[in-house]
Design a protein around this ligand. Sequence first.
Ligand code: 1PX
Length: 197
Amino acid sequence: MTYAKRIGPRGAAGGGEVLLEPYLSGWRGLIRFLQSLGAVFSFISKDAVAKVALLEGHQQQHGFVSLQSLVQHELAAGPAALRARSDSGCRTVLRLHRALRWLQLFLEGLRSGEPRTSVLCTDAYNASLAQHHPWVVRKAATVAFCALPSRDAFLEIMNVGSQEEAVAMLGEAIPYIGDVYSITQELFTQHKLLDLP
Ligand SMILES: CCCCCCCCCCCCC/C=C/[C@@H](O)[C@H](COP(=O)(O)O)NC(=O)CCCCCCCCCCCCCCC
C-alpha cells in the first residue's frame, strides 16, 4: 500500500499533469495487493491487469509522459473516431478513474474506523463503480466483498507497521489519490469524455 502514495505527485494539484509512469506503477502495486487477498478477487485483478497492460502498450508505442498527452493524442483523430474504438487509452483510463473513486471512498472508510470492511467496500462500490456495471458484475463483486478480511487484519496485511501507523499512512495517501482523481475528472469533463463507451 505504500504504492498509493506514488499514484501521483501531490504537487500536481490544481490542474497539473498526471504522470503516466507513477500512475501505472501505482496501479500495479494496488493490483499486487489485490492478488495477495486471494483467488476470489482474481476476476477483478484480471480486468485491472488487462487495462494497465493496454495503457503500457500505448505509453510505449507513443512515448506519452502524462494522461494529458495521451488524451490530446487520441482526441486529435476526432471525437467520433475516439468513441468508436474499444481499445482507446481514454476509455481505459476512464474505467481506472472510476475505480480510483472507489479506492478513495474505501480508504476513507477504512481510516474512519468502521470494522466491517465488506460494508465499507460495498458502500464505496455502490457510490462509484456500481452505476457503470451490469447486474451480473455487481452481483459477483458484492459476493467477493464478503471475503474481505476484517479491518484489523486488513491494516496488518498492508504491512506498514502498527494499526496507528497504517491509519496515519492512509491519512497521507488519501489526498494524493484525491488530487489524481480531481485532475483526471477535470480533464475528462473538459473534453466531454466521461461517458466514453
Ligand atoms: C480490497 C477489495 C478490492 C475490491 C475491488 C473493488 C472494485 C470492484 C470492481 C469490480 C470489477 C469487476 C470486474 C469487471 C470489470 C469490467 O466489467 C469493468 C468495465 O470494463 P469494460 O468497460 O472494459 O468492460 N471494469 C472496471 O470497471 C475496472 C475495474 C478495475 C478494478 C481495479 C481494482 C483494483 C483494486 C485495488 C484494491 C487495493 C486495495 C488496497 C487497500 C489498501
